[in-house]
Design a protein around this ligand. Structure first.
Ligand code: EPZ
Length: 429
């Protein structure tokens, strides 16, 4: 199994190109199931999760081809991928595929809407909490689906098609909003979603569905209206830049010091995060080409945060921010409100010398002057990258094991960081 070896202590200086967003690419790819025409996506990141979803979609009959993969002078890859679901060959998504990636459960929306039926394995537990799908199923029921659960599978049926309806999400859910947008786009009449997720990835999907022929208004606000179409056509859509990758590298620079341009990053996607980083003493400038992050040798000021749905501080940056706070000049409190069990990185950060105590959903981090390299590993993607950030600032050698978590969501992480002066390498085997 590959590992990442880091010798800490180097500042980061240079340019880091920001890739297309994993969490936007996945639902956009799933939307290809809604049409027999070609859906072309630009800036699809090259990640293990994307490859896995390609396999899952292939099971349903989606063909794909990749072109436009060219390396620009500054090292940015741009991958254009064409997806075509000419015929749906099966409406069943089996356990062994869904269990590998939770987002694959979302195929239930387009399969049900286009074929009138779907049988999808329940996604099961996951390292960051129980993550049920109850609101997704209630939403589909509101559209007229008949849903039963049997032997770990959800059977959804709507032989006469789905019908527009009103649905109020009891809790903000990104995946639930994606599924309802896709399903309602092929439903008869109008659907109104209340308490919908406002994440930029939802807006990216809604714009794609509009280009395919749906009529969606209000995406990016808690109330979304969708007028369904009889059938949807193909479209060509660009995946938005990855705001979590952007925030991660911004925190890495805040941690090590230095001066890095995050090329292609969109500051509107992470205003709260940038504001929080400014409070820590990091300089942030919005430039035409992206976001510049700078920190000199001044101390890192502690800042308390609480994770919230968009536009609040994202849960997907909580672990990385905790990494940064381990070196703060004082004590910070981090409260996780989105997932009930997303603090597994605490123990591993402690191996590097961090002082963190946990009480319920709140972590108290007492900043230390020095972290010291060690062997660490993490159980999820964002936790793993938090350990990388800490390792970049730790004295001596840090080895991050289970690198496959990083490969799920960070494109060419070690290349991007070493190009800016980090002493980081992948050790194969
Ligand atoms: C998406 O997951 C992201 N995944 C997650 O990123 C992200 O952490 C999360 O949104 C929150 O921003 C993708 O986009 C592929 P939710 P999702 O439904 O949609 C509860 C990463 O590292 N809930 O918004 O699955 C749920 O348990 C990943 O890239 C229900 O109770 O998250 C959670 O507490 C990790 N019932 C909360 O809502 C439901 O039916 C928010 O989850 C659905 C959700």
């Amino acid at each position: 199994m590959d590992r990442i070896k880091i010798i800490g202590g180097e500042q980061l200086n240079g340019i880091i190109p920001i890739s297309g967003a994993k969490n936007a690419a996945l639902p956009l790819m799933i939307a290809s199931l809604l049409t027999d025409d070609v859906l072309t996506l630009e800036d699809v990141p090259h990640l293990a999760d994307v490859e896995q979803l390609i396999r899952i979609l292939g099971n349903h009959g989606v063909d794909y081809s990749v072109n436009g993969r060219r390396e620009h002078q500054d090292g940015v890859y741009s991958r254009t991928v064409h997806f075509t679901a000419r015929n749906i060959v099966t409406t069943t998504a089996p356990y062994d595929l869904v269990a590998k990636m939770r987002a694959s459960f979302w195929v239930i929306g387009p399969l049900l809407a286009r074929e009138g039926e779907a049988t999808v394995s329940l996604p099961g537990g996951c390292a960051i909490g129980t993550r049920p799908v109850d609101f997704i199923l209630d939403g589909l029921r509101a559209l007229g689906a008949d849903i039963t659960i049997d032997n770990g599978y959800v059977h959804a049926r709507a032989p006469k098609g789905l019908k527009g309806a009103e649905y109020h999400f009891p809790k903000v859910t990104v995946g639930g909003t994606h599924v309802m947008l896709m399903a309602a786009s092929l439903a008869k009449g109008e659907t109104v979603l209340r308490n919908a997720a406002c994440e930029p990835e939802v807006v990216n999907l809604a714009e794609c569905l509009n280009d395919m022929g749906a009529q969606i208004t209000g995406a990016g606000t808690p109330e979304i209206r969708i007028k369904g179409a009889k059938s949807l056509s193909g479209a060509r859509v660009r995946v938005i830049p990855d705001r979590i990758e952007t925030g991660t590298y911004a925190m890495a620079v805040a941690m090590t010091g230095g001066d890095v341009l995050l090329k292609g990053a969109d500051p509107r996607q992470l205003e709260v995060v940038l504001q929080t980083l400014r409070q820590t003493g990091t300089q942030i400038e919005e430039e035409a080409e992206g976001i510049r992050i700078r920190r000199n040798s001044n101390a890192i000021t502690p800042v308390d945060i609480s994770t919230e749905p968009f536009p609040g501080f994202p849960t997907d940056l909580q672990a990385q921010f905790m990494g940064l706070m381990t070196r703060a000049n004082g004590t910070a409190k981090i409260t996780e409100t989105v997932f009930e069990n997303r603090f597994m990185h605490v123990q591993e950060l402690a191996r590097l010398g961090a002082r963190i105590s946990l009480s319920g959903q709140t972590a108290t981090i007492e900043g230390v002057e020095r972290l010291k390299g060690a062997q660490v590993m993490a159980t999820d993607l964002r936790a793993s990258v938090a350990l990388v950030i800490a390792g970049l600032a730790a004295e001596g050698e840090t080895t991050v094991n289970r690198v496959y978590h990083l490969d799920r969501g960070f494109e060419r992480l070690e290349e991007k960081l070493s190009a800016c002066g980090a002493n980081i390498e992948r050790i194969s085997g």
